[in-house]
Ligand binder design. Structure first.
Ligand code: SAM
Length: 255
């Protein structure tokens, strides 16, 4: 039974066996792991994972693919959570889960933000994403790739680009290069914000107009005395501040 890839579900299926094996080695699955795969598709990663794991959870939205999975794998090995990953309650899988997936690129950033709600339940995550997105995630301050995504994810996770995957590893080939990223939630946050919603709002305001200086973008939060008290130059831009400085601003504003 052949499957016609659906663009609206970001379906680019991995076919390169060498790349698949490299991804499995990076994940390093262990038989006792509670693992969940987002978007198993035609099973490029599911198959080799189930050679090692006695059981795997998957979250999949495409009804045709769900029917294939039900046919191909016994319920004892594969638990299929049919539906939208953006609505999936990852805490229902327990407190020590590992998350993996070749993500649908059209909703990869919303998936990352959704998963941030469950960091307390997650040991680690390995994802295939657009290379450009991974570069933004791991970017250092004062580089062109550095932005809101970098700050919000670096607040919670240690992250590492593992390796780059060319378009011809997929069928159909995406227009862009891809990369595997490893994300490990910090057991203890290096820079905890007293109010994470306020921290998020300040980061959003600062990067909302990334060419403008902080004196303008953060005027609702900090006056000249505030900048002076924090030792932050109000003539800098958002891209010049690290996670620690954004947290310091948020904690200063939280009375
Ligand atoms: N893992 C397979 C592979 O590597 O070949 C397929 C990866 S494909 C890039 C993305 C997968 O995510 C597809 O199976 C697609 O149907 C599924 N998907 C797309 N949107 C989804 C959503 N909102 N919730 C759950 N799964 C989704």
């Amino acid at each position: 039974m052949s499957h016609i890839p659906r663009k609206r579900f970001g379906q680019n299926f991995l076919t390169d066996q060498g790349v698949i094996q490299t991804i499995i080695r990076a994940i390093n699955p262990q038989p006792g792991d509670t693992m969940v795969e987002i978007g198993p598709g035609l099973g490029a990663l599911t198959d080799p994972l189930l050679k090692i794991l006695p059981h795997l959870h998957v979250v999949e939205i495409d009804r045709d693919i769900i029917a294939r999975l039900e046919n191909n794998y016994p319920k004892t090995k594969l638990t299929i959570h049919a539906g939208d990953v953006l609505k999936f309650d990852f805490s229902s899988l327990g407190e020590r889960i590992r998350v993996i997936g070749n993500l649908p690129y059209n909703i990869s950033t919303p998936i990352l933000f959704h998963l941030s709600e469950y960091v307390g339940n997650i040991i680690d995550m390995h994802f295939m994403l657009q290379k450009e997105v991974v570069e933004r995630m791991v970017a250092a301050p004062s580089t062109p790739e550095y932005g809101r995504l970098s700050v919000m994810l670096q607040y919670r996770y240690a992250m590492e680009l593992q390796f780059i995957v060319p378009p011809d590893a997929f069928q159909p080939a995406p227009k862009v290069e891809s990369a595997i990223v490893r994300m490990i939630p910090y057991a203890e946050l290096p820079h905890p914000a007293k109010d994470e919603a306020l921290f998020g709002a300040i980061v959003t305001a600062a990067f909302g107009q990334r060419r403008k200086v902080l004196r303008n973008t953060l005027k609702a939060y900090l006056d000249a005395d505030g900048f002076a008290a924090l030792g932050i130059d109000p003539g800098l831009r958002a891209e010049n501040l690290g996670v620690a400085e954004f947290v310091a601003i948020a904690n200063y504003c939280k009375v």
